[in-house]
Design a protein around this ligand. Structure first.
Ligand SMILES: Cc1cc2nc3c(=O)[nH]c(=O)nc-3n(C[C@H](O)[C@H](O)[C@H](O)COP(=O)(O)OP(=O)(O)OC[C@H]3O[C@@H](n4cnc5c(N)ncnc54)[C@H](O)[C@@H]3O)c2cc1C
Length: 387
């Protein structure tokens, strides 16, 4: 076993950390307060090669490995989890499925603008009545000439307002209920109309949108993977995407821990630093231990994916543990800061709000437990299609 990062991984981690410290962290509170999507930031991340860091160079990416990308998400999320999810969805959920399932023509046409950060990507699966049960989706793709006409509404689409390319899931066979009649399509911004900007508990620097597709005509060149096999694309994408969300949760928890540790060394009560009290020491010890444990789970899942090995169970474990840990430990960070922790004077209340979403998207904690249980019980038949 080798627990060391490679030289390349360490350099990418240091580059992202330095950029996030200088260019993101100082603005994160304001972006949160103003619900500001920092569009210009993604151009600068692109200049550093961080909008397609794990995409092969021949498609305009940085050519680094998947763990390097996970390190990028961890560092970005440590400064601002909204920036983290914007890059995570753009990369894991839009760019990587094009690489994994696209034809050569689709890869050369759609991936370079995404990998170079000229466009943002989005992933449009969820609908008002199809969340965890994504197979219940109603968006229709009706055969028309040598292609399809797509009609439907999607909900809570990250990057929706700013994306140039959408991976969108629609029902191609109305006769087949559930997941089997669904296909994946590649749409452009002009096929989509944004109908709402969602207001959220946190993650306010990210865009979460309702969108509609109103009779968009597309050709066969827009079908990603095989007809009626779109769920394979969705599930395969989420298997990898979850590792990114786990890294996001890890970054948020790390940020909370650092603020709490510094505060404990300075704040005085009863004539002592609060860090001298065993109750506070135990909280910090638990935080540090759980963050360490999470990091091992997350990096292992990333390593397995990089090796091309199965990572469904390990990715779900990493995401489940990381997200619940981040929610728990950001709450503890607030507790260590006492009343100040509950105010906007310190960032820990933002970390707590941002951490909560990691238990919900890319599959709720309940669904992660189902994924893990199915794997450990050897239930290979996807009788229950879950995300
Ligand atoms: C900020 C944000 C960004 C998002 N970004 C995207 C995006 O970019 N693209 C996209 O497609 N979607 C996105 N989503 C949607 C997200 O993936 C879903 O919200 C999530 O999958 C859960 O679906 P749901 O909200 O409909 O909850 P539901 O499926 O209605 O679940 C409600 C509750 O029931 C539980 N539950 C459901 N089924 C089961 C079961 N079989 N067993 C046990 N418990 C169960 C759930 O765990 C949950 O606790 C986003 C959501 C948010 C809030």
């Amino acid at each position: 076993m080798d627990f060391d990062l490679t030289q390349d991984q360490r350099e990418i981690q240091a580059l992202t950390r330095e950029f996030a410290r200088a260019e993101i962290d100082p603005h994160a509170a304001e972006w949160d307060r103003e619900h500001h999507f920092p569009r210009e930031l993604y151009g600068r991340l692109a200049e550093l090669g961080l909008m397609g860091v794990c995409v092969p160079e021949e498609y305009g990416g940085g050519g680094a490995d998947f763990l390097s990308y996970i390190l990028v998400l961890e560092e970005l999320s440590r400064a601002d989890a909204g920036v983290g999810v914007t890059v995570a969805v753009h990369t894991s959920a839009a760019t990587l499925p094009l690489l994994a399932y696209g034809t050569d023509e689709q890869k050369s046409r759609f991936v370079p603008p995404l990998a170079r950060g000229e466009q943002l990507g989005a992933f449009a699966l969820t609908e008002a009545e199809a969340g965890s049960d994504a197979g219940a989706l109603r968006t229709r793709a009706e055969a028309a000439g040598d292609g399809w006409t797509i009609t439907g509404a999607k909900q809570w689409i990250t990057n929706g307002r700013h994306a140039g390319t959408f991976i969108l899931f629609a029902r191609t066979d109305p006769e087949i209920a559930g997941a089997r009649g669904v296909s994946a399509f590649i749409l452009d911004a002009e096929h989509v109309r944004v109908t709402r900007d969602e207001e959220k508990l946190g993650l306010n620097s990210s865009a979460t949108n309702d969108i509609v597709v109103e009779g968009a005509r597309i050709g066969r060149d827009r079908l990603l993977h095989e007809e009626n096999r779109g769920f394979r694309v969705a599930m395969g994408t989420l298997d990898g995407g979850r590792i990114g969300i786990a890294a996001q949760a890890l970054g948020i928890a790390q940020a909370g821990y650092e603020v709490a540790r510094e505060y404990a060394a300075e704040r005085r009560a009863f004539g002592h630093r609060i860090g001298d009290f065993q109750a506070i020491q135990h909280k910090l010890a638990d935080m540090s231990m759980e963050i360490d444990a999470t990091r091992l789970l997350v990096y292992r899942a990333a390593w397995l994916k990089q090796q091309g090995r199965r990572h469904t169970e390990e990715g779900a474990k990493a995401k489940l543990f990381a997200s619940e840990m981040a929610r728990r430990q950001t709450a503890e960070a607030i507790q260590i800061l006492g009343g100040y922790g509950y105010t906007k004077e310190f960032p820990v209340e933002r970390y707590y709000r941002d951490a909560k979403i990691t238990e919900i998207y890319e599959g709720t904690s309940e669904i992660q437990r189902l994924v893990i249980a199915r794997s450990i019980l050897g239930m290979t038949e996807r009788s229950l299609v879950v995300r």
